[in-house]
Design a protein around this ligand. Structure first.
Ligand code: G6P
Length: 533
């Protein structure tokens, strides 16, 4: 059911939602004139929880608006509004003008934060005017959250676009429980120290009650910086704040919550006869190659697509020169590379596309024969069922980012290999390497190591590959995106429980009870949650 409300948001008014997700993007798309929830793993995990808690999702619709454009983006049957109810979840749009988009999204989020947080693989650009817009946009998100949240509600803020929201929201609504999860890596201290806005970012995050990271190294980096720059006092579970702006002596839990995928959905698709048939068709249309390597990434310089292509070229050169034993087969080996475009207003992304496409041309120019390219390059996004068919058609998955918060493609590949075949080559610099330890782990910065990993994956015996895949599948099946969401919400529930116990005078029990998340300790629920260290 689609329900449109044209009431405008009133900042600082108390809302009615017991669980509010705040993320840069709304999980919606327009299909044949109707709004639908979009299919990403995060959305799927959160939508179920939101539905059961009369939840709201606050985010940007993806459309850039003209200044003063009051009532877009939701246009449903002639009506326009900022709020849209989809499947019992309220979608609340935060509008972005072209200027906001340029400064908040392109310049600060993707021109300064993204590269620095990914090991400074590209130089960050720091622009003070853009930072002012980043602050203003963060404030709008915080105001929208403050207006939507019921008394003592839980608000879960996501990712690097919104680093300032926790403290802003706390100032507006001290009654709400605030969680923040960073989907990308949190950098080492010496890199973070380059950030001109480093204190503001730490203060912003320290406004949360629980801060979650993908890997324990990120949590440790954060705690070290909070101590160094904000005199926060670390303890076993996080830090205690120290300083007027942060609210003296407040405890902030800092933990590791590795995100995952919707395993049931991937397995369901993998078991479907159409997917199995499609996987066979893909192989045969490529000439039934000896080995299919596969890469699936956003077209982003962090993903190491260029390094992978160079190593693949080396592998082909070696085979052509007869320097490897397995070159006796006349059947070709191929690489399928799916590259999903995005952020094309940022120069480094334009440059990355140029580099990747030149390499694709070079490798095909040197090794393809008529009708048989060796690199199949698809620059587009694919539906999950086509992706799963590709995962199943491949022999060896190449996930070789220079740095990655988690990398869900690695987990999707594993979940789709229901017959325990296939080999995963995985970068040590992806968060997934902490969990998928049975992958062929590789340092992507070492070209020889990638080539060696390709050889060892090709030479791996079927029983050895099956053993590794079974172990990884067991892990992924036991750690789904639902488990991840539950564990983070359970950590927030513990905060809510202890706050209620400490401060019964401030809270009417009726306020806290209906929206409080399960206060059972996350660990007791058997979920992935680890405090720092
Ligand atoms: C990464 C970020 C997400 C982001 C996604 C797509 O996974 O962690 O927050 O939504 O990339 O990037 P985009 O810039 O298109 O939203």
């Amino acid at each position: 059911m689609q329900h449109v409300t044209d009431e405008r948001m009133t900042p600082a008014a108390v809302g009615s939602h017991h669980l509010v997700v705040v993320a840069n993007r709304l999980p919606i798309q327009r299909v044949e004139g109707r709004w639908e929830t979009s299919p990403g793993g995060l959305a799927r995990a959160m939508l179920g929880v939101l539905r059961s808690r009369h939840g709201a999702w606050i985010g940007w619709s993806g459309d850039v608006e003209e200044v003063g454009d009051a009532e877009v983006p939701f246009d449903v049957s002639g009506a326009t509004a900022r709020r849209l109810e989809l499947d019992d979840i309220e979608m609340i749009s935060v509008p972005l003008t072209a200027d906001d988009f340029q400064h908040y999204y392109e310049s600060v989020s993707n021109g300064a934060l993204w590269p620095l947080f990914h090991d400074a693989i590209r130089e960050s650009t720091f622009d003070a005017d853009s930072w002012a817009v980043y602050e203003a946009v963060n404030r709008r998100f915080a105001e929208a959250a403050a207006a939507a949240a019921a008394p003592s509600a839980t608000v879960w803020v996501h990712d690097y676009h919104l680093l300032l929201v926790p403290a802003m929201l706390r100032a507006m609504r001290p009654d709400v429980i605030i969680g923040f999860f960073l989907h990308i890596p949190f950098p080492p201290q010496e890199l973070f120290m380059r950030m001109p806005w480093r204190e503001s970012i730490l203060d912003g995050l320290l406004g949360a009650d629980v801060i979650g990271f993908q890997r324990s190294v990120g949590a440790d980096n954060f705690v070290g910086l909070a101590k160094r720059l904000r005199a926060a006092e670390p303890d076993e579970h996080g830090v205690r704040t120290n300083g007027e702006s942060l609210g003296d002596g407040r405890h902030v839990r800092v933990g590791t919550f590795p995100i995952s995928i919707d395993v049931d959905e991937v397995e369901r698709i993998a078991r479907a006869p159409e997917t199995i048939a499609r996987a066979r068709e893909i192989r045969s249309r490529m000439g039934d190659p000896e080995t299919i390597f596969l890469g699936v990434d956003r077209l982003d310089y962090t993903k190491g697509i260029d390094l992978r292509l160079q190593s693949f070229a080396t592998l082909l050169d070696e085979r052509a020169a007869g320097r490897v034993q397995d070159s006796s087969s006349r059947r070709p080996i191929v690489l399928v590379q799916v590259a999903v475009p995005g952020r094309e207003g940022v120069d480094s992304y334009v440059e990355e596309r140029r580099i990747v496409e030149q390499l694709v041309g070079d490798v095909n120019g040197g090794h393809a024969s008529i009708g048989y390219p060796v690199v199949h390059y698809l620059r587009r996004s694919l539906a999950l069922d086509e992706l799963v068919a590709l995962y199943m058609a491949a022999d060896i998955m190449l996930v070789t980012p220079r740095r990655d918060g988690m990398n869900l493609v690695a987990k999707e590949f594993v979940a789709s290999r229901i017959d325990d075949t296939g080999v995963l080559i995985l970068s040590e610099f992806a968060g997934a390497a902490d969990e998928l330890t049975q992958a062929v782990l590789v340092n992507p910065h070492d070209p020889d190591a990638i080539v060696a990993a390709m050889h060892s994956a090709m030479a791996m015996s079927a029983p050895a590959a099956a053993h590794r895949m079974r172990e990884m599948r067991r892990y992924v099946t036991g750690h789904t995106v639902d488990d991840w969401a539950r564990s983070f919400l359970a950590a927030l529930g513990e905060v809510s429980g202890s706050r209620n116990a400490d401060d019964t005078d401030h809270h009417d029990a009726n306020d806290a009870a209906p929206d409080a998340v399960d206060p059972a300790p996350a660990a007791a629920a058997g979920l992935v949650v680890a405090d720092r260290g």
